[in-house]
Write a protein that binds this ligand. Structure first.
Ligand code: IPE
Ligand code: IPE
Ligand code: MG
Length: 289
């Protein structure tokens, strides 16, 4: 299907919001937040300025996802490969991360957001690990949305870690070879408790996965935008969601089967349900973010 991005480019946030079909939102959105460095370079600023501005986008997209009713939002914040960046950039990123978690706890509690992480967390500085564990613990019972940060994360490392843990269970005779299937394997991944992403967004114009959620993205709809992460705001998110809603997810079936089984997603036109949904959002107490 032809991307709808072109048609949506000139619409403002209100018009885009009115087009959203609240019944057809992705349950899980995953985002590769890319382009902070280039955003800064464009403005003759140091890279850290881009990362700092990127946090504003994080805040906006987290609260907006919660308003819209998205169940799970996964944000790729630091990859295994990013450990090879200059050490000054790494320490600045770690500082920003620690500060973000400290500041955001209040918002997460207020909005009933549960915080989780995926990745090799033990590789992060001890103070960051402590902060992560504390926010995870304090938000554990929150039920309205799950926010997952992928930190020190690599998709291949995740698969290898899963294999290692399965082998350990095998050695202890807790599982046998015939038990191993896709469902069992998924339970050994970092993301065991959440459904696979329905939509994956990458900002900054790069069209690649960069070792993100390799297993989980098998049937995810992919959306790429040239916008740098620090410029990615509610309007851009709505454009991505509308593009998603215009797609037909077939999961290997022929179109007719997919539509009969209800897995086909239809393009939504500006309709009264979408308009009412946006009005509800704007009038409801949820606007207090
Ligand atoms: C994404 O922005 C943030 C991280 C990877 C930590 P980049 O830092 O990759 O920015 P670009 O891609 O160099 O512009
Ligand atoms: C992917 O971005 C990782 C994150 C956004 C955290 P990179 O900037 O590291 O990816 P490449 O190097 O362009 O593939
Ligand atoms: Mg990058």
């Amino acid at each position: 299907m032809v991307s709808r991005t072109k048609d949506l480019e000139n619409l403002d946030e209100e018009a885009l919001g009115a087009m959203i079909d609240p019944q057809n939102l992705p349950r899980h959105v995953a985002i590769i937040m890319d382009g902070n460095g280039r955003w800064a370079a464009q403005k003759n600023l140091p890279r850290i300025a881009g990362h700092r501005r990127g946090i504003q986008s994080v805040r906006e997209i987290v609260t907006f996802s919660r308003e819209l009713g998205i169940e799970t939002l996964t944000l790729f914040a630091f990859s295994n490969e990013n450990w090879q960046r200059p050490s000054t950039e790494i320490s600045q990123l770690m500082m920003l991360l620690e500060r973000y978690l400290k500041q955001e706890l209040k918002t997460m509690m207020k909005n009933e957001i549960r915080f989780r992480t995926v990745g090799q967390i033990e590789r992060l500085p001890a103070s960051v690990v402590r902060m992560i564990r504390s926010v995870e613990e304090k938000t554990e019972q929150n039920k309205k949305m799950t926010l997952i940060l992928a930190l020190s994360y690599g998709g291949r490392a995740e698969v290898v870690d899963a294999v290692r843990r399965i082998m350990e269970e095998f050695q202890k005779e807790k599982i046998s070879i015939k038990d191993i299937d896709e469902e069992l394997f998924s339970r050994y991944l970092y993301t065991q408790e959440v459904p696979d992403p329905d939509l994956m967004i990458r900002t900054s114009g790069e069209v690649r996965i960069s070792n993100f959620l390799l297993w989980q993205l098998a049937y995810t709809e992919l959306y790429f935008t040239k916008t740098f992460w620090p410029d990615f705001r509610r309007k851009d998110f709505l454009q991505a969601l509308l593009d998603y809603q215009g797609r037909e997810r077939r999961f290997g079936l022929v179109g007719e089967q997919a539509s009969n089984s209800g897995s086909m997603q239809n393009a939504s036109s500006p309709g009264s349900s979408g308009k009412r949904f946006l009005e509800d959002l704007n009038g409801g107490e949820e606007r207090e973010f």
